[in-house]
Design a protein around this ligand. Structure first.
Ligand code: UDP
Length: 286
């Protein structure tokens, strides 16, 4: 009992004060850089994928948003990695992303062939869904760019119903003549925490790298045909096919015109085997 009312020394309290002091002194950006450095990467034919789970990827994205650190996220599948083989500039652009997520079972197979550690697929659409869930809890702002006229608006309506706390700051279709007009629409919408850039590859990656500094948006995410799925104009493969790694087969059934593009998948795996036997040094990897 403290009859004289003398304040007791509380070592825990002192520790908390010390921790708060250190927390305020360290620049938040160092924390971000430190957390990014902790992420391991796996090199798949010159593209450095981040070895993260879905939750880790979303945590990393939320860090960027909280610290208002600009950046872009890419979600390459084998077709996209294939494009980089003749295009070192595009490869550097992918490697310059804040997060490079393995979208596509072919990337995981290639990682296994090459003996590289990746946890598993982190598809762009799963990433987007979890990110929006977390954003909604904090009433963050999202801009939708891409797809045919009217699709982004339809997607916005559906997403607003699914994630009531989410603020859709604006929409713009992806068939603009001049990128400046799309950028003007984003900036006119006021500050945006996240922007989904759904223009297909490599258009969306070039757009993000070129425009990120000129947009009033913190984090840009290149998500291919995701707006079509959110709008309900394109259906995603049944979950069971996704789990079996056969999403590509469903896509081929629904969109047979993709046949030629999909031929790159077996070629990509053959190249992975070749690379395993004869590792290559590529320009533009740095
Ligand atoms: N798209 C666009 N602008 C363009 C070309 C394409 O907005 O100039 C859209 C297209 O409507 C589709 C998406 O980009 O919604 C590309 O979808 P796809 O499934 O082909 O992309 P992937 O995920 O295969 O890269």
């Amino acid at each position: 009992m403290n009859l004289l009312n003398i304040p007791e020394r509380n070592p825990n309290k002192r520790l908390v004060i010390f921790a708060k002091l250190v927390y305020n002194i360290i620049d938040y950006e160092y924390l971000l850089v430190w957390s990014a450095l902790r992420l391991k990467t796996a090199d798949i034919m010159g593209v450095r994928f981040h070895a993260v789970t879905l939750n880790e990827a979303v945590d990393c994205a939320m860090n960027h948003i909280h610290m208002k650190k600009k950046g872009y996220i890419v979600t390459p599948n084998p077709e996209i990695v294939y494009l980089t083989l003749d295009d070192p500039a595009f490869r550097s652009l992918l490697n310059g992303a804040a997060l490079v997520l393995p979208d596509g079972i072919g990337i995981i197979y290639a990682a296994r062939v090459l003996g590289r550690a990746l946890y598993g697929r982190v598809t762009g659409i799963d990433f987007a869904n979890l990110l929006m869930h977390r954003m909604a809890q904090e009433h963050l702002r999202l801009f939708l760019l891409g797809s045919k006229p009217g699709v982004a608006e339809l997607a916005a309506e559906n997403l607003q119903k699914k994630h009531p706390g989410l603020i859709i700051s604006g929409c713009h279709d992806g068939y603009f003549q001049d990128a400046q007009s799309a950028a003007d629409a984003v900036n006119a919408a006021g500050g945006t925490d996240v922007m989904f850039v759904c223009l297909g590859a490599p258009k969306q990656e070039y757009f993000m790298a070129e425009w990120q500094d000129k947009l009033n948006a913190t984090l840009l995410c290149g998500l291919g045909g995701s707006l079509d799925v959110f709008a309900g104009t394109v259906k995603r493969a049944p979950t069971i096919l996704g789990k079996l790694g056969l999403e590509w087969l469903y896509r081929l059934y629904k969109e047979p015109w993709r046949f030629r593009r999909m031929l790159k998948l077996p070629l990509f795996l053959l190249l992975a085997v070749k690379e395993r036997i004869h590792p290559q040094n590529r320009e533009g990897d740095k």
